[in-house]
Design a protein around this ligand. Structure first.
Ligand SMILES: Cc1cc2nc3c(=O)[nH]c(=O)nc-3n(C[C@H](O)[C@H](O)[C@H](O)COP(=O)(O)OP(=O)(O)OC[C@H]3O[C@@H](n4cnc5c(N)ncnc54)[C@H](O)[C@@H]3O)c2cc1C
Length: 109
């Protein structure tokens, strides 16, 4: 859906990733959004010009969005008075944020 692939990926890592994808002839469709699927056919809207493309796949893996899981923390809160949420349990993000959260939580215990 984004206008470019991996806008928040670190620059060098992004270049390497895009290079690998290109070498393996992976088709990238920035500015497109999955409209619907029909069996193994996927209809994809081009957000720039309003057209629709269709692609056939052997397998479809949908990875869209992240939701935090606080189940363990919720249970811990019933047993302990000081429970701090860090990383993805606090808010889904990147590894650096999770490390920072853990460091701060450890220092402020
Ligand atoms: C597909 C994918 C790609 C990603 N790519 C990147 C990337 O390129 N760069 C980047 O910076 N970030 C990336 N991330 C995000 C990054 O992985 C997370 O932000 C980071 O791992 C969060 O760390 P965390 O310690 O909070 O959680 P996690 O790494 O998920 O660690 C939580 C741990 O707790 C364990 N656990 C859960 N419940 C229990 C329980 N009841 N008992 C015992 N153990 C339990 C889990 O098994 C897990 O090992 C990606 C995430 C995904 C899903």
């Amino acid at each position: 859906m984004m206008p470019i692939i991996g806008p928040d990926v670190e620059r060098i890592t992004r270049m390497e990733l895009l290079d690998i994808l290109e070498r393996h002839n992976v088709e990238l469709l920035p500015s497109h959004r999955v409209a619907h699927t029909s069996g193994l056919a996927v209809m994809i809207d081009n957000l720039k010009n309003g057209s629709q493309v269709e692609r056939q796949f052997d397998h479809i893996v949908l990875a869209a969005g992240m939701v935090r899981d606080t189940d363990l923390a919720d249970r811990a809160k019933t047993e302990f008075t000081r429970v701090k949420l860090v990383g993805d349990a606090k808010s889904p993000g990147m590894i650096s944020g999770a490390i920072r959260d853990g460091l701060v939580a450890g220092y402020t215990l």
